[in-house]
Ligand binder design. Structure first.
Ligand SMILES: Cc1cc2nc3c(=O)[nH]c(=O)nc-3n(C[C@H](O)[C@H](O)[C@H](O)COP(=O)(O)O)c2cc1C
Length: 196
């Protein structure tokens, strides 16, 4: 069956909204799988911050291991799992950086302490002692006690531009519903049911 990007987005949004309404904790949390320059797979959770026809956006430290890997191999897979009702969505595609304007706008919407935290955290690098992070947040708080905290140069977003989206829905006796949608050269999507 041939489907449009809008139809797939509508389905994704309906599932995400349903998870929110059911009180699933962290419904925007998604596993982000990457491969490092040596071919080693890595996976960790990040939060979806925006989804539209262009792709699925998350934000992070641009000097973190995931960013180093994405620069070397700009491809990733995302996986959401919502229970209840027992649904999984996998999204695979090329990864691109979000624009500076887009990252600035999202950064400005974050709470003040989160903005200071983005300056203070050397994400994934060794923490010298248990107070180091709080001290660094306090230092940046002195630098920007009020008003605008600029976006750090080492902080930004990535967009996963999907070419494959899979919807999985739990059914009784493990006879689950599964459909994979692959992007065609004309931009439409060919969806194929799969054995679970
Ligand atoms: C539920 C959850 C959400 C998270 N969201 C983010 C996020 O949006 N961005 C981020 O950089 N790290 C996020 N993290 C932390 C990452 O999982 C990870 O520890 C961190 O980004 C370092 O990853 P890296 O060393 O592979 O670069 C989140 C962790 C959890 C458990």
């Amino acid at each position: 069956m041939n489907e449009s990007t809008d139809a797939l987005l509508t389905r994704f949004r309906a599932w995400l909204q349903d998870a929110k309404e059911r009180g699933v904790p962290e419904p925007t949390a998604m596993a982000l799988a990457t491969v490092d320059a040596e071919g080693r797979p890595e996976v960790r959770m990040v939060l979806l911050k925006h989804a539209d026809a262009r792709g699925f956006v998350f934000y992070t430290n641009l000097e973190s291991p995931k960013s180093v890997s994405l620069r070397a191999r700009p491809r990733a897979e995302l996986a959401f799992y919502w229970n209840p009702p027992g649904r999984q969505v996998r999204i695979s595609g090329a990864v691109e950086s979000v624009s500076d304007d887009e990252a600035d706008a999202y950064f400005a919407s974050r709470p003040y302490l989160s903005r200071l935290g983005a300056w203070a955290s050397d994400q994934s690098r060794p923490l010298p002692d248990s107070t180091a992070l709080a001290r660094r947040v306090a230092c940046y708080g002195l630098r920007w006690p009020v008003g605008v905290v600029p976006r750090p140069p080492h902080w930004g977003g990535y967009r996963v531009v999907p070419d494959r989206i899979e919807f999985w829905e739990e059914k009784t006796f493990r006879l689950h519903d599964r459909v994979v949608c692959r992007r065609e050269p004309d931009g439409s999507w060919e969806s194929t049911p799969l054995f679970p």
